[in-house]
Design a protein around this ligand. Sequence first.
Ligand code: C2E
Ligand code: MG
Ligand code: MG
Length: 710
Amino acid sequence: MSASHPALPLPPAVPPGQDATRCLVHLDCVLDGVQVWSADGRLLYANPATYALFELPTDAQVDNCAQLFGHCLDDTGRPVSSAALSICDLARGAQQMEHNQRVLRIPLADGGERWLRVRAYLQPPGPGGEPAGVVSTCFDVSRFVHQEQVLQEQAQYDALTHLPNRVLFADRLQLALATAQRRGEVLAVCMLDLDGFKPINDTLGHQAGDRLLQEIAFRLGNALRADDTAARLGGDEFGLLIGGLHGSVECEQVLNRLLQDLARPVQIKGQSVAVTASVGVSLYPGDIRDPDLLLRHADQAMYQAKEAGKGCFHIFDPAAAGKLRASRQLLKKIQDALDAGQFLLHYQPKVDCRRGRVVGVEALVRWRHPVLGLRTPGEFLPLIEQDDAIINLGEWVVGEALAQMGRWRQAGLDLPVSVNIAARQFLRGNFSARLGEMLAGHPPEVVGRLGIEIVETAVLEDINAVSRLIHHYHKEGVRFDLDDFGTGYSSLTHLKRLAADTLKIDQSFVRDMLDDPGDLTIVQGVIHLARAFHLEVIAEGVEDIEHILTLLDLGCDVMQGYAIARPMPAERLVEWLEGFQPDPRWRAADNFPNRHDFELLLARVIHRFWQQQVLAAYHRLDGAAWPELDPGHCRLAAWFEESGRRHCSDIPPFHRFHEAHREVHRRAQILHQLAREGVGNADQPLAEFNAACVELQHILSQCDAATRPA
Ligand code: C2E
Ligand code: MG
Ligand code: MG
């Protein structure tokens, strides 16, 4: 024992016949700490190495475990709990469990730390059976621990950026998922890939590339919270785990900040270098709790971010991905169905109602599904229109329509047939050539009866190519219709350049033209436009006689719709044609429209639209939905001021218009008042309102009749 060391009492359990002092003196020069404890946990002896290892002054008064180990941490960095401090327990536990050692950390004065392995041994009881004391040793294992840390660091961290590598990222992902689930929070799993990193590496050299990666890693680390993880997964690819979120909006905010931060230039070799990053994100919960799939989804989303123009993030959408999967399966089924001959064409007549003649048919594809029965294009075309399957199907349609025309021709039926061509097929660079090949095997009389319907919106995508195509095939007699016209934004210049043959008024306008003054005006506008450009005009989707008569009045003669005939198989069409009789009511409308007609029709539709709005607002008791109730400011009043007065005031029944108009407004105001009082089903006032409306419509009809030739 060193002279400077305070004398400690000797342990009682010195074997008889031995000089205990001499035994202990030998321990003075041992570099490992050795302590002798009484059975009740008092420190009887500690060698000088003990004091050195624990950084205790040599004259420190240490009596028990708490004083010796009190400022130690366990191997996870937490203070050692008092229960764990008992060296006697450790020794006794060791007997039962053969586990008598612990690793402790001592924070050192210089800011470092020392790792000690403490072992405890229970001494045999004294000769008189006195309780056994304990001997413990403390061994400095700092070197081994640090070596292990280095090894672990190498196995789990990226050497260049010191961020976790792929292995540790996978561990952290598991942990983060468990935490998110436990706390009911959202976890964002992100894949981040630098945009334009390779050119920097190539032009400035690898060192510059490394420096950039280090800076990016540093910024990532700064941008995230301590609990989050940024990892380098390889090359210029990083993984991020952002936890503790409450929804996607919060995640978007974090990522927006992060992307801005990453895009700031970095100074490398005196040059300012900037890169952006594309990030793909999958969110748990929302997406499934499978780490591999979450990573894969984040990866897919990252490619979508790249496709969307880079420098942005994209959040994986499980529903959209499900749809994509379904559409891939459908694509396969459609190809199989084509091979198995499950597609067929139905034909819908186009009729010139003024002259009572069928002028052609439109071929519409159908899928005879072996299980689900006959399916219409709305059920499968939208799912394949972005894929080449639509082209295969489209080519089959053209081929089948031409073949059918040939068969009809042989049977003495000379019928123009138009086919629909999808935008994708139409805008393909080789469509013109493909069409040429498809037409090649057919006689000119058949080719000359073919029509092609292209939706207006597709035409607008490449107006030059479409014009060339139209010019080219016009020479062979092929006709071109602009389908669903009115839904795109064709300008007058387009119409002039296109040289199409027909405008097909979109059925949505036709359907609502009798109820919505806006749609009526569009229908009339398209008819005028067609006339101005010497084009033909067809109205599609005529569902009842009112549509037909109104369209005839407006100057549109050719129509297609359920009011005339539904699409039908080729065989049925022949029968239908044989039995076709024009409806006698069509004949009634053989005068061309004049200005009065249209103005009166417009007034009727404006009024009907207003009446529907009043009724809807009344039934819903919705204070906000009421149309204008002031007879001086409603749309019909505006109509009267703009054109009604000028065009109609010389028609006698029109003199009653004013009073009838005021009356419907009076009745509507009563309904409005009732609605405000919460009375939602007042039959009498409702009936009076409707009667007033009927009277106003009646006056307008009388005016209409008065202007027509007898
Ligand atoms: P579309 O070319 O505008 O054809 C008119 C659609 O309206 C057809 O629906 C037709 O059955 C339906 N229709 C006709 N009259 C009426 C009516 O009075 N009321 C109502 N509510 N609908 C009526 P379908 O056959 O379901 O076709 C829908 C769309 O699918 C077509 O619109 C066309 O864009 C597309 N399509 C149909 N066949 C083909 C095809 O062979 N190839 C391509 N690419 N597209 C096709
Ligand atoms: Mg069509
Ligand atoms: Mg259409």
